[in-house]
Design a protein around this ligand. Structure first.
Ligand SMILES: Nc1ncnc2c1ncn2[C@@H]1O[C@H](COP(=O)(O)OP(=O)(O)OP(=O)(O)O)[C@@H](O)[C@H]1O
Ligand SMILES: [Mg+2]
Length: 314
């Protein structure tokens, strides 16, 4: 496995299981729905699926479905006929056709408007498209991969996303866990990212000191690997010496209550941190009303005061 996906770094059980799935699904023609938070590696995985399929020598076409107005997106994907709308000066082939045996990657699929959801379902079910302004369906040879950082299941419940399309896309779901759920991948990622940035930045860092790694493993990384990547690049631009030291990390990393440390291997310490975070949340929820907070927490008011004191919650 190590050499199989050489640009996908990590050794956590979660990531290894995921790559095992990728390896199995890649050579098939199946549609895959890749889910995970922003920056967690959805496009990276989509690309890996394509490059381990027999379509690897054909196009891999990523499309951000959230970035374009409806008509443009429809025309981009399905193409249009000359004169079908103002500005349609010539027939234009859509990406589904242009893929020609390749793979299309529909990013932010949750943003696709309702009437395109119907057209997309037709692609998945019949491998057929209808360009704007045309009445003759045409066959396409394309594999569809899709990604979202939304809870599509909930969008379906709330009527924002068609259930028939959801079931079609969801035949195979690959979920990428957030980086904070697999901190054991951080040491390898840090090493990899430092080596990646060294030549670009004309630096020659040997690595990061253990205290740095430990600290990075304890942060919540809302922006996942992309955020880690950016933080390291920023740090490497400013740092001096051969090794990245704790002082080199940007202070903004530690600001704000959003960046409460979430990872430590010590169970007692981990429970304490969770308790503190939980108390802060509940207090916020009730507008700092301590009586109400104690009631919700189902503890006595005096023990709430004791904890507030102990954890230094203002
Ligand atoms: N396991 C990993 N090993 C190496 N690099 C990774 C890994 N996961 C993510 N990356 C890198 O992190 C960056 C973000 O990944 P990617 O663009 O695939 O995320 P995404 O889930 O598509 O994000 P978004 O939801 O914002 O579109 C990329 O530079 C990617 O190469
Ligand atoms: Mg992406």
């Amino acid at each position: 496995m190590e050499h199989y996906f050489e640009n996908i770094i990590g050794k956590s059980k979660a990531l290894r299981d995921l790559l095992e799935m990728v390896k199995k699904v890649a050579p098939t023609q199946s549609t895959v729905l890749i889910t995970g938070e922003s920056g967690s590696g959805k496009e990276l995985i989509a690309h890996a699926i394509h490059s381990h399929s027999d379509r690897r020598d054909k196009f891999f076409l990523p499309v951000n479905c959230g970035a374009l107005p409806e008509t443009l997106l429809e025309s981009l994907l399905f193409g249009h006929m000359k004169g079908s709308f103002t500005g349609a000066f010539a027939n234009q082939e859509g990406l589904f056709e242009r893929a020609r045996g390749g793979t299309i990657f529909l990013d932010e699929i949750g943003e696709i408007p309702q009437h395109l959801q119907v057209k997309l379902l037709r692609v998945l079910e019949a491998r057929e498209i209808l360009s704007i302004g045309s009445t003759t369906p045409r066959k396409v040879d394309v594999r569809v991969l899709a990604a979202t950082n939304r809870d599509l299941g909930r969008d379906v419940e709330q009527g924002r996303f068609r259930d028939d399309l959801y079931f079609r896309l969801n035949v195979m779901e690959i979920h990428i866990p957030a980086l904070r759920e697999r901190p054991e991948d951080i040491p390898l990622l840090v090493e990899y990212l430092i080596q990646k940035h060294n030549p670009e930045l004309k630096r020659n860092f040997k690595g990061a000191e253990p205290a740095v790694i430990h600290t990075l493993m304890s942060l919540p990384w809302k922006g996942n690997v992309r955020e880690l990547d950016n933080v390291l690049e920023h740090t490497m631009i400013l740092a001096e010496g051969d090794w990245i030291r704790l002082d080199d990390l940007p202070p903004s990393l530690f600001g704000g209550k959003e960046s409460l440390p979430v990872y430590t291997p010590n169970l007692k310490e981990a429970l304490k941190r969770f308790e503190k975070q939980h108390l802060i949340r509940v207090l916020e929820q009730v507008g700092q009303d301590r009586k109400e907070a104690a009631r919700l927490l189902d503890i006595s008011l005096s023990s709430l005061y004791r904890k507030i004191e102990e954890f230094g919650i203002a």
